[in-house]
Design a protein around this ligand. Structure first.
Ligand SMILES: O=C(O)CCC(=O)C(=O)O
Length: 331
């Protein structure tokens, strides 16, 4: 049911995004029900071992990083302490800045040990493989820090480029997360970029400006600490902080979205060297991943699978920065 309020906006009828506890979701079930089916889900209790769950608060960032500049948009940066003050002072009426451009391994690599081990659902994370061409090789899987205060939001509703899946893990506070199926793209007003929507608020909808929105189905979740939302490739998504919110986001490639990735980055249907290389990488990674998943003992003995596919569901419980090929500076 929809209802109009004084603002002229219409509250959309949304469907609660499915939630499942990590303790009852095996890796195989996750692949089958969500990854291969291209279905979003919120998995609860994914990161109980992360030091971030205990340490990361607005105060912690303010005290630890003080005057260090942080990017708060494509063009602006500000000192961390001033940023945190603005975040804490943010409100629905006057939303403050939302940090969305800060890759942990570039700006705050000293925080990486706080978000290890990766949970089993992040396997295989092909960005970390040495078989990834340099341009897309990201040992940390594009791990991004997201911080915002009440009413602030990720700047634009979008789906991720390069056919990536995404995971957003909530660490502190609460965030409203909304997704739409790829088929709803026709009602979401893509703008200058095909993967970015002009819709400013997918729940409190401006139906005068965006009348077709009524035909789209929003799936919504309120993410709290320890919740991770899995966003399949090509699913539109938007995020708005409901309280002071800290989370991390990772992109993910595996067999399920590889062909779309290849098509997007290599552009043509012809057998270009890049395309051939990516197909060969897919073949090798698929075998390595299969071995790691199905025969971890054999994979370990052979060594090569772990090198070619360095993040692993089986390896996740024994964290080490070396598994992720990440250089962690000493304090
Ligand atoms: O702020 C969020 O949680 C959304 C993050 C996201 O969609 C992205 O980084 O691409």
């Amino acid at each position: 049911m929809s209802s109009a309020d004084g603002s002229g906006r219409v509250a959309a009828a949304w469907i609660e995004l499915e939630r499942v506890a990590a303790s009852s979701l095996s890796y195989e079930a996750y692949l089958q029900r969500y990854v291969r089916a291209g279905r979003p889900v919120v998995i609860t209790g994914v990161a109980p071992e992360w030091a971030a769950m205990r340490k990361w608060t607005p105060q912690y960032f303010k005290e630890r990083f003080g005057s260090k500049p942080v990017a708060v948009s494509y063009t602006e940066s500000m000192p961390f302490d001033a940023f945190i003050d603005a975040v804490v002072g943010s409100s629905d009426a006057r939303p403050g800045p939302y940090m969305f451009r800060s890759f942990l391994h570039e700006i705050l690599p000293e925080l990486l040990p706080d978000v290890i081990p990766q949970n089993k659902y992040a396997f295989p994370g092909r960005h970390a493989s040495p078989l990834m061409p340099e341009k897309w090789h990201r040992p940390d899987g594009y791990l991004k820090l997201l911080i915002g205060g009440v009413g602030s939001k990720f700047p634009v509703m979008h789906y991720d480029g390069e056919n990536s899946h995404a995971f957003i893990t909530q660490i502190y506070g609460e965030k409203e997360f909304v997704v739409f199926a790829p088929a709803d793209g026709a009602y979401l007003y893509p703008g200058e970029f095909a993967n970015q929507s002009e819709v400013d608020n997918p729940i409190q909808q401006d139906r005068e400006r965006f009348p077709l929105l009524e035909k789209a189905t929003p799936y919504r979740a309120m993410l709290g600490p320890g919740d991770m939302v899995f966003v399949p490739c090509k699913w539109w998504h938007s995020a708005r902080a409901a309280s002071t919110s800290i989370s991390v986001c990772t992109n993910m490639l595996d067999r399920s979205n590889w062909d779309g990735f290849v098509a997007e980055v290599s552009g043509s249907r012809r057998k270009t060297p890049l395309r051939l290389r990516l197909h060969a990488a897919n073949a090798v990674m698929s075998v390595c991943e299969w071995l790691q998943d199905r025969a971890p003992g054999v994979a370990k003995a052979l060594v090569l699978p772990r090198l070619m596919s360095p993040t692993s569901a089986e390896a996740a419980p024994e964290p080490s920065a070396r598994q992720l090929n990440i250089r962690i500076p000493t304090a």
